[in-house]
Design a protein around this ligand. Structure first.
Ligand SMILES: Cc1ncc(COP(=O)(O)O)c(C=O)c1O
Length: 422
């Protein structure tokens, strides 16, 4: 959905001044909203007795240090970052170390493992059994903890973004799990430092799906306890909690999910005599709804369809082109009562899928009108690129004090050519 009411209210009041000061386009994030979401997530689990719940914020969702600091501060002791690459890991180390960082890469090189394990050992989440060849006993022992990513294959279904588990390039098959754990035990990893991870869904708003994942992981934990006397320190069910991008989408029922997940954990504990910690690595749920992309109408064009050309393009927000994803759009100072029209909202990239919206009913716009593209706080700016020499826009933040500051400047021509050797 469409940014929440408080954010919309704050934004609409401030936007004319922000645009005067910073120009368009830009992503802008709402500190208060991010803090509230982080806190409500931890409270939901704590209220059900799961006090050691930890969300490793998925850095790929929004790798801006200012945003990460807000997430960290709001998380307090439960802080964690999920990093899929060395640059994400190095960025996270500006805020956290040790078991507060989960290095969860795939198709990883020996050099990447080396960096991940130097200077403050992270949790190592290993994506494939073959990668054990790149890790020495010393390295494995130096990790805060070690886990493997499980891919359940045909047992579970995925979604359009992440793919079906059977088709997905991620994770170990069930029959590969035990040999993998046996290998790390043989290499001297301590039994109390072993966890298990999975991530099989993206943008899922149905809590029953996530609960199935908790049950699936607990069933593996049960098997590992009875067959191999292995107790998992944690089960990490990944990220993937969805947000309502469309106005009529329902929200993920976190309160019920936390209650039901807690019940599963308690029942496991009663049977097995221990309770693994529950970890997640949500990005979208934490920051997605608390950011918007603000862009101005550059051109009105009438071809075989009506086009609204704006000053942002898919280098600022890839999701519509990449996944045909819906992002709600509103027009500053216009609403449903304003005269309406059906348009495609386009950027300037030489790709016909450079469209923020197709056949969208919107208030009629003219050159200079301001469009607000919602829910860009996760996997928005982060997915940007430079094809066509299109440069990524700035990022701004509305603080809890309602002050606005720039947290990343716009790219310049100098950035575009910086890596050239001539
Ligand atoms: C391994 C892993 N963890 C976490 C996430 C974060 O997902 P989301 O932002 O949808 O919660 C992703 C997203 O692609 C992922 O691949």
């Amino acid at each position: 959905m469409p940014a929440n009411e408080q954010f919309t209210h704050r934004l609409n009041e401030l936007l004319p001044d922000i645009i005067r000061e910073f120009g368009t386009p830009f992503h802008i994030y709402d500190e208060q909203g991010i803090r509230d979401t982080v806190r409500s997530m931890y409270l939901a689990f704590a209220a059900n007795g799961i006090t050691e719940f930890r969300n490793y914020y998925s850095v790929k969702a929004n790798p801006n240090l200012a945003v990460m600091k807000i997430v960290a501060d709001a998380s307090g002791d439960a802080l964690g970052f999920d990093c899929s690459s060395v640059p994400e890991l190095l960025l996270s180390r500006k805020i956290a170390t040790g078991d507060r960082i989960m290095f969860s890469s795939n198709n990883t090189s020996a050099e990447e493992f080396e960096i991940a394990l130097a200077d403050g050992s992270s949790i190592l989440n290993i994506d494939d059994i073959s990668m054990l060849d790149s890790l020495t006993s010393q390295q494995l022992q130096s990790a805060s903890m070690v886990s493997f990513r499980y891919n359940p294959g045909a047992e579970r279904s995925g979604d359009a973004i992440i793919g079906q588990p059977e088709e997905a390039k991620y994770g170990l098959r069930k029959d590969q799990l035990y040999p993998a754990y046996q290998h790390i035990l043989d290499k001297g990893v301590s039994r109390d430092k072993i966890g298990i991870h999975t991530m099989i869904i993206s943008n899922q708003r149905e809590k029953s799906y996530m609960l199935e994942t908790v049950k699936m992981m607990l069933s593996i934990a049960e098997e590992f306890l009875s067959q191999y006397q292995i107790r998992f320190n944690f089960i990490n069910i990944g990220g993937g909690i969805g947000i309502p991008y469309r106005t009529n989408d329902s929200s993920f029922d976190l309160q019920t999910f936390a209650r039901e997940a807690a019940a599963e954990l308690k029942s496991f504990s009663a049977k097995s005599g221990y309770m693994p910690r529950l970890f997640m690595e949500c990005g979208r749920y934490i920051t997605g709804p608390h950011g918007v992309l603000v862009t101005k109408v550059l051109n009105r064009m009438s071809k075989h369809k009506e086009y609204v050309g704006v000053d942002a393009c898919m280098s600022s927000l890839m999701r519509p082109a990449m996944y045909d994803a819906y992002h709600h759009i509103t027009v500053l100072e216009k609403n449903d009562d304003s005269p309406q029209e059906v348009v495609d909202v386009i950027g300037s990239l030489c790709e016909n899928n450079d469209k923020f919206a197709k056949n969208r009913h919107l208030p009629k716009t003219d050159k200079g009108d301001v469009l607000i593209i919602h829910d860009t706080g996760a996997h928005g700016h982060a997915m940007g690129f430079n094809y066509n020499g299109r440069l990524r826009p700035k990022e701004l933040l509305i603080g809890v004090d309602n002050k606005v500051r720039m947290i990343r400047r716009a790219e310049t021509y100098e950035d575009y050519v910086r890596t050239l050797e001539v």
